[in-house]
Unconditional design. Structure first.
Length: 115
């Protein structure tokens, strides 16, 4: 339990779309989500999804990003549309165990938004 492997990052033009994937090892988690960290800034929550299906989004991505999960595959996705240069960051997958005792992080995937 606790290994998170992200994929799907890469250079995208403003207005473009990208889908990030995160595959988690082990059993179900209480909440899985995506955080991002831009150069010179603190890491911030982008979106998360609980095992109940409840979703939470940062105001800056509402209406543009969608988080979803495939519980059978222990995978969480971040669908990003209408990308802006200010979305440029390293995106990290995050998972919290059902016991709430453990928090896991992926290695991060770069998403540069530039023309």
């Amino acid at each position: 339990q606790g290994q998170l492997v992200e994929s799907g990052g890469g250079l995208v033009q403003p207005g473009g779309s990208l889908r990030l994937s995160c595959v988690a090892s082990g059993s179900m988690y209480y909440v899985m989500g995506w955080y991002r960290q831009a150069p010179g800034k603190q890491r911030e929550l982008v979106a998360d999804i609980r095992s109940t299906g409840d979703k939470n989004y940062a105001d800056s991505v509402k209406g543009r990003f969608t988080i979803s999960a495939d519980n059978a595959k222990n995978t969480v996705y971040l669908h990003m549309n209408s990308l802006k240069p200010e979305d440029t960051a390293v995106y990290y997958c995050n998972a919290t165990s059902c016991s709430l005792l453990y928090v896991y992080w992926g290695q991060g995937t770069q998403v540069p938004v530039s023309s």
